[in-house]
Design a protein around this ligand. Structure first.
Ligand SMILES: Nc1ncnc2c1ncn2[C@@H]1O[C@H](COP(=O)(O)OP(=O)(O)OP(=O)(O)O)[C@@H](O)[C@H]1O
Length: 357
């Protein structure tokens, strides 16, 4: 197991507005391993941006502990507040790049100059700065657009320049705050693929803040779901997608949740004595197995599929089936054991869970 590059413990952020107190982040703990791509999802106002701004102390928390790359940036526990000194923080912040929904490029400067700008305060000579900036543009696939101004570039290209600029000081962490939210689907995919590529090639740890589960599904390895300032659920991408527990998570993951609930209600009401509804979750290779035929031939259990769906998580296909299985109780039990032994997650669909809480 690699070590944690980010440790946020019991973080609170409270804003005081006139006579109103806004608790933007409430007692959040989040540990992120080096080399991870950690997706933080939630609707607007959930506290995602405030939480990630705590990582580089752009937002100083009200309470909790912030540790990045082994350095305690901030701690306020049991009434004792400690904060990293400013010059050290400035130096440490260079190792944390950020990209945003708005690309924030300097409009009067070319793509190359925008990247060079981030190296102004480095110890490099002018020629080295130029060389490094060119290499960074190459890394993001924009070597041919070095002399273009932001207005001459597409949204996706401008975000690439912003990424090259964010990488200028060789950061170990890249925070992407809704970086693909203003892009069309094609550019979104290209930028997400670029982030994944940088994660693999440079070992960059990426925090992906987004309200789009599709973005998370494509690249994240871990996911936290935020609602009203709290992390309500977290886990691996696979866990969050295949076994979401909270209603909001199911909403993000499921899409057609209401349709599924209606479908289950409809079928549950019509079940005969020897019938049950089960949800089967398959991963990877298992998807191509002729499961229903095997259940019938080997266990005398009929399987009638009432809903099926395939998602691609990262590069792995994950299938979900809702199936009515029909057979004597003992045979159904054996069939379920067989499925579980194959690595299929089997979940009994019962009356009580239809509210999707
Ligand atoms: N500087 C501030 N002063 C007062 N309230 C703030 C401040 N920054 C954020 N908030 C409030 O804190 C809450 C969380 O905001 P935050 O921007 O972190 O949410 P978010 O999940 O990132 O949503 P969005 O994607 O819309 O930015 C909101 O209610 C917001 O209005």
């Amino acid at each position: 197991m690699s070590e944690n590059i980010i440790e946020l413990d019991n973080i609170n952020v409270t804003f005081q507005q006139k006579d109103r107190k806004i608790e933007a982040v409430k007692n959040v703990s989040l540990h992120i391993k080096r080399g991870d791509i950690y997706g933080v999802v939630g609707y607007s106002g959930a506290g995602k941006s405030t939480l990630v701004r705590v990582v580089n102390l752009l937002q100083v928390p009200t309470a909790g502990k912030v540790k990045v790359n082994g350095d305690v940036f901030y701690s306020n526990e049991a009434g004792k507040e400690t904060i990293i000194d400013n010059s050290k923080l400035r130096e440490k912040r260079r190792k944390i790049g950020m990209i945003f929904q708005r690309f924030n490029l300097l409009s009067e400067q070319t793509a190359l100059e925008n990247v060079e700008f981030a190296l102004k305060h480095s110890n490099l000579k002018e020629r080295e700065i130029n060389e490094k900036a060119l290499n960074l543009l190459k890394l993001v696939g924009l070597e041919n657009r070095a002399k273009s101004y932001p207005a001459q570039l597409s949204g996706g290209e401008q975000q690439r320049v912003a990424i090259a600029r964010a990488l200028a000081n060789d950061p170990e962490i890249l925070i992407s705050d809704e970086a693909t939210s203003a892009l069309d689907p094609k550019n979104t995919i290209q930028i997400l693929n670029l982030l994944k590529d940088l994660n693999t090639r440079l070992g960059l740890t990426v925090i992906l803040i987004t309200h789009e589960m599709d973005a998370v599904k494509r690249v994240a390895k871990h996911v936290a779901v935020m609602e009203q300032g709290q992390i309500i659920e977290k886990g691996t991408l696979h866990e969050i997608f295949t076994q979401p527990k909270k209603k909001l998570t199911k909403e993000f993951v499921g899409g057609s949740l209401e349709a599924i609930a209606a479908l289950k209600t409809y079928h549950l009401a019509k079940l005969n004595e020897n019938e049950k509804i089960v949800q089967l979750i398959f991963t990877g290779n298992l998807i191509s197995e002729p499961i229903t035929i095997k259940l019938y031939k080997e266990f005398n259990v009929e399987a009638n599929i009432i809903y099926s769906n395939i998602e691609v998580l990262g590069a792995t296909p994950v299938g979900t089936l809702f199936v009515i299985i029909k057979g004597a109780p003992e045979e159904r039990k054996n069939a379920v054991v067989f499925l579980e032994e194959k690595g299929i997650v089997v979940h009994n669909v019962e009356e009580g869970e239809l509210s999707n809480d």
